[in-house]
Design a protein around this ligand. Sequence first.
Ligand code: ATP
Ligand code: MG
Length: 316
Amino acid sequence: MIKPCQGANDREKAALGLDSGAGGFLNCRGVSGLTAPQGESPPKGLTKMTGQTEDRAGDGRMNVSGLLEVHNLTKKFGPLTAVDDLSFSVAQGEVVGFLGPNGAGKSTTMRMIAGFLAPTAGRVRVCGHDVVEKPIEIKTCIGYLPEGAPLYGDMTAKALLNFVAEIRGFRGAERRRRIDDVVAKVNLEEALYQPIETLSKGFKRRVGLAQAILHDPELLVLDEPTDGLDPNQKHEVRELLRSMASDKAIIISTHILEEVDAVCTRAMIIARGRLLIDGTPEDLRASAKGAESLDDVFRAITTRAVVDEGRVEKSA
Ligand SMILES: Nc1ncnc2c1ncn2[C@@H]1O[C@H](COP(=O)(O)OP(=O)(O)OP(=O)(O)O)[C@@H](O)[C@H]1O
Ligand SMILES: [Mg+2]
């Protein structure tokens, strides 16, 4: 009997293929028509863009260059509005840093993007599919690393990766190749045969990252991917993200602002569920006068900024 780690979220475990009720994910890798073949131009009539999708691909999918599209997304927990009318899109080749103070709504937004939490209002499209309408299809093209480590503690890392690979439909040599590949990418070799519950925090994080990239997804949603990693491993993960960036859309939440300069092409800052600013790291610096570092910008924007129809102004 597989025993979940404490604090694991059932729906997140299911999505990792860690739930006995995850039959719906079997062979989901094989769902066809989710992505344009690599190297091919977008279908005729569609424009490559970093903003919103403008057209349909004729087969019901939206333009895949906007791999993630979030429209007026809202989540309420009783009286609390955790995510408040958030809209943005992320295109292939972008690495977006998703920043904000504790409780800003980052993880809640990511959970809705990955399909683990139903929005109160608004919608999310992943690889052209509506997350609520097509929950299985979106899991073929999304890799999600949840906050914390919702993994089965009494499985070894190797057993877990085998299980996830099988659930995703990989067999035989292909499965072995994929596992060997991700194990090397996240430097997991020395911890492969140890029960996950006995792993250090950083190694648990590496297992989580390995399962998120095992199927080479087009969209990566990583909730604090370097949390708990030592400096060497942080560096390795940033290198890994950089190496994967060109053919994926990546969104990472982080409190480590040097990470934004290290890997992100763009950054968004939210507070109280609302988008305060969205731009390149240079844009962010320019937005707060006198700010020397992104930490200064973050403090200026999140403590003193007021939002005025998308424009950020420093309050007196
Ligand atoms: N299931 C839930 N029920 C009630 N409130 C929730 C739930 N999940 C999140 N919240 C609340 O929603 C708000 C946003 O939380 P969220 O975890 O998204 O923040 P965050 O930006 O990820 O913060 P952190 O940087 O600390 O990880 C918080 O006030 C949190 O307490
Ligand atoms: Mg969080």
